[in-house]
Design a protein around this ligand. Structure first.
Ligand code: FAD
Length: 449
């Protein structure tokens, strides 16, 4: 009988397995996909390593994460996100950058909304007010007509949790923002890029772990002696404990016997999966250079100053780090727009993206070499979305799911972190805790047998 079975080889699963192995436990990691990393995956078939999911190590200065030093020790090379130039362009005249006055209005609005969320979030956290949606908090504070309100809410709600501000809890965002310096214009200032790919760096931490790929878990049955983990093909593993790291969307594909207590089901319902979409396009020539302040050979983040959810573009993607590669551009968008692009398929999405870029970067469509790489987190049956959000009034679900069932079954993953949900290091910390607790429980059960 194994000590610990870990379901999933994303950040939480890798951390759980490392923790349990470090306590001399016998471990098996079962991963449904044919690769490790989960939502942190670097696609090396693109001209430049392309992270379909997580790519920035976030909050590294404001939170003393355990993952960051581990990645650094393993040799991950980074550079600060704040060194990337940011172009805010005026959609009414997209050939020009927004002037200083417009930028000041945006940043002042940002500070106002973040301040409002912090103030109202603190009151909710202290039990002095009920939790309401982010959109409602902003409306009640009389900020409904603040310039760039929708863009600012996108940069907060949609970028962080992948869901519209009407559906995201103010308390959830407050607990996240407490650890992020404001303003948190994407990418957050205290974030580090990993040019070789954050997925590549994470995968290195899984070296030597007992991981079985393409091994979806169909069901988990508990009895007085331990757990039986049934695989899709009918094979079974016996273990004293199990740590399940599937996302709050994907966990529904696993059958539990006996059924999960109703409050666990409620907790998964309270944490629906938002979405985020990324696509990389490659180009012949240098269609971005000299436009909107983009210098040849340097990456630039371009965001349109529009009052509707819209994509952000990283043009000349990693041009400095990969000077021999063709010019690449990465688009990022979230929430309903992410779902729309994903549903369109990569080629149709690429054409739509190019049409939007034609005005700020004339000739970009001509220069596209026809290649596109795109994420598909919503349609992937083992993620069913990109990022967990918390419904207003339901934030306690993140903590609820941390409680083990009968010292046999633990859940782990980014969704269980209160301050760093939707971040790689939140997933890592959650996996480390669950793996350690499961290993301890297994040792105890062994010595009592
Ligand atoms: C587009 C996008 C951009 C992001 N950007 C950032 C960023 O810049 N910085 C950052 O810190 N975070 C970012 N994130 C968030 C980050 O990727 C996640 O928080 C983190 O990777 C989640 O790790 P996890 O282990 O909790 O879950 P997952 O990575 O989802 O791992 C769970 C694993 O379980 C497996 N699994 C599911 N069901 C089964 C089953 N039945 N049997 C076996 N295995 C199963 C899955 O295949 C998966 O590998 C981003 C996410 C997205 C989608």
């Amino acid at each position: 009988m194994l000590d610990v079975v870990v379901v999933g080889a994303g950040a939480a699963g890798i951390a759980a397995a490392r923790a349990a192995l470090g306590m001399q436990c016998s471990v098996a990691v079962l991963e449904a996909m044919d690769r490790i990393g989960g939502r942190c995956y670097t696609d090396t078939s693109a001209p430049i390593p392309f992270d379909h999911g997580a790519q920035l190590m976030a909050q590294v200065q404001s939170v003393n994460t355990t993952l960051f030093p581990i990645l650094e020790r393993s040799g991950a090379v980074t550079f600060p996100a704040e060194s990337i130039a940011r172009s805010l362009f005026d959609p009414l005249d997209p050939t020009h950058l927004a002037d200083d006055d417009e930028q000041t209005v945006l940043y002042a609005g940002y500070a106002t909304i973040v301040g409002t969320i912090l103030e109202h979030g603190l009151a909710i956290d202290q039990g002095e007010a009920p939790d309401i949606s982010l959109a409602e908090t902003v409306a009640r504070a009389g900020l409904a007509h603040l310039p760039y309100r929708r863009l600012i809410l996108q940069l907060l709600s949609e970028v962080v949790v992948g869901i519209a501000p009407e559906h995201e809890s103010t308390l959830d965002m407050f607990r996240f923002l407490r650890f992020s310096p404001a303003p948190l214009v994407y990418p957050p200032r205290d974030s580090l890029y990993v040019p070789s790919g954050l997925g590549t760096a994470l995968a290195a931490l899984a070296d030597g772990l007992p991981i079985s790929l393409s091994t979806p878990v169909a069901s988990i049955a508990r009895d007085t002696d331990g757990v039986t983990v049934m695989l899709d093909g009918g094979a079974a593993l016996r273990a004293r404990t199990v740590v399940v790291t599937a996302s709050t969307g994907a966990v529904r594909t696993i059958a539990f016997e006996p059924a999960l207590p109703p409050d666990y089901d409620d907790a998964f319902d309270a944490l629906p999966m938002g979405n985020a979409y990324k696509a990389m396009l490659s180009f012949s020539g240098r269609p971005f250079d000299g436009r909107l302040g983009t210098q040849p050979g340097t990456m630039n983040n371009a965001i349109g100053l529009i009052e509707a959810p819209s994509p952000a573009f990283s043009v000349n993607y990693f041009a400095q780090q990969y000077p021999q590669a063709p010019t690449c551009m990465v688009l990022t968008c979230e929430s309903a727009l992410a779902d729309e692009y994903e549903a369109m398929g990569p080629q149709a999405a690429a054409l739509d993206i190019l049409a939007q870029l034609e005005e700020p970067f004339p000739g970009v469509g001509q220069a596209w070499d026809g290649r596109v790489w795109a994420s598909s987190w919503r349609t992937n049956p083992y993620t069913r979305g990109g990022l967990s959000s918390a419904l207003p009034g339901r934030v306690a679900a993140r903590e609820r799911l941390r409680m083990p069932i009968e010292q046999q079954l633990w859940f782990a993953g980014e969704a269980l972190s209160t301050s760093s949900h939707d971040l790689l290091h939140g997933a890592w910390a959650s996996g480390t805790i669950a793996g350690t607790e499961a290993a301890r429980a297994s040792r105890r059960a062994f010595s009592q047998a």
